[in-house]
Design a protein around this ligand. Structure first.
Ligand SMILES: [Zn+2]
Length: 345
């Protein structure tokens, strides 16, 4: 199992970043920060003060996108700086780029999310463009996670809704894992599966309150962190990613990425896969509506053809990951009927 050593969740904790790092290892004297431009402008002054107090040298790098090309470019730029640790501050992209750089130069990584949009915050997985695999690849689990609720609350609400979609996806991901255990004798980690399911259950149970205040934001971010930790316990993305994620990856592939946010697609996929499993898919639709996440393909500008095609190719993107789509072979007609009966198209 690979688990984070320290997790701090709270209001304005970003001002205490220096102490947080020293608590993880008081021998740290030099850090590299990866972020986007907007995030840098917003929090640089605050962070610099905290580093000065803790006598930590810091070098800031802006990532353009989340691709292997950007990772290689920044790796060349940081050569000779000898950082003790890498920090990724921002949404998915900065965290993924930072996590990948840390892994490839064999340094620990601290994840500092500024939005609650997906579970990559705490998981050992990254999703980068330019890979020959359309799904995430395994690196190391972040050694620390610092989640500033105030900062995350200021992010666009759509990102929170997307985070809820990613969490709801654990319902069908865990079902797929159980199916792989039963049909294929695949290793099944009961504890990590339970933990991942718990992170979806809390969204199912509290969906009406989640967007109302900062305590809802805290619930979402804690659930996302737990889900990522479940993947760390399992040593694979199994508890967090099943047929609903394959569907999301297929949509990205077909539309070249013009298909909304990760968690939004996963939410749609979860509605369809839960219908295929005979679960209460209407309850999932109601919860996604409560958290203002899309429940129809056209809300993400997707056509019926996009959805059907994605359903048909989803399993082929990752044949070794056994899911309900391996068991139920869909054709054009049955895929269209399924999406219609799940009310997604
Ligand atoms: Zn996900």
């Amino acid at each position: 199992m690979e688990l984070p050593r320290k997790i701090l969740v709270g209001d304005n904790v970003i001002s205490d970043l220096g102490n947080f790092i020293m608590d993880i290892n008081n021998g740290i004297s030099s850090v590299i920060i990866i972020s986007g431009e907007t995030v840098r402008n917003k929090i640089e002054d605050n962070i610099k003060k905290s580093f000065e107090k803790s006598h930590i040298r810091n070098y800031w790098f802006i990532r353009k996108d989340a691709s292997f090309e950007t990772v290689s470019k920044i790796k060349i730029e940081i050569e000779g700086l000898k950082p003790d640790i890498i920090l990724g501050i921002g949404g998915g992209k900065s965290v993924d780029v930072g996590k990948m750089i840390a892994y490839s130069i064999k340094k620990p990584f601290i994840s500092i999310p500024t939005s609650a949009s997906h579970d990559g915050i705490s998981s050992p997985f990254v999703s980068l463009k330019g890979s020959n695999k359309p799904y995430s690849i395994k690196v190391n689990t972040p050694i620390g996670i610092l989640a500033d609720i105030k900062l995350i609350s200021e992010a666009p609400p759509r990102l929170l809704s997307s985070g809820c979609g990613d969490l709801i996806g654990k319902l069908t991901a865990v079902k797929d894992w159980e199916l792989a255990r039963d049909d294929n004798n695949e290793y099944f980690g009961a504890y990590s599966a339970y933990l991942a399911k718990l992170s979806a259950d809390i969204i199912m149970n509290k969906s009406k309150e989640l967007l109302l205040n900062e305590s809802g934001v805290r619930t979402i971010i804690e659930a996302l962190i737990s889900a990522g930790v479940a993947a760390g316990i399992a040593g694979s993305s199994r508890p967090c990613s099943g047929s609903e994620h394959l569907f999301s990856h297929a949509l990205e592939f077909i539309t070249h990425g013009n298909c909304g946010l990760h968690g939004e697609r996963v939410g749609l996929g979860t509605i369809i896969m839960s219908k295929l499993y005979g679960m209460d898919f209407e309850a999932i639709i109601a919860v996604l509506e409560n958290v203002k996440a899309p429940v129809k393909a056209n809300q993400l500008n997707l056509t019926e053809k996009d959805v059907v095609q994605s359903l048909l190719i989803a399993q082929d993107l990752r044949p070794e990951r056994y899911t309900i789509l391996s068991k139920t072979k869909l054709d054009k007609k049955t895929a269209s009927e399924l999406a219609k009966s799940a009310k997604v198209i």
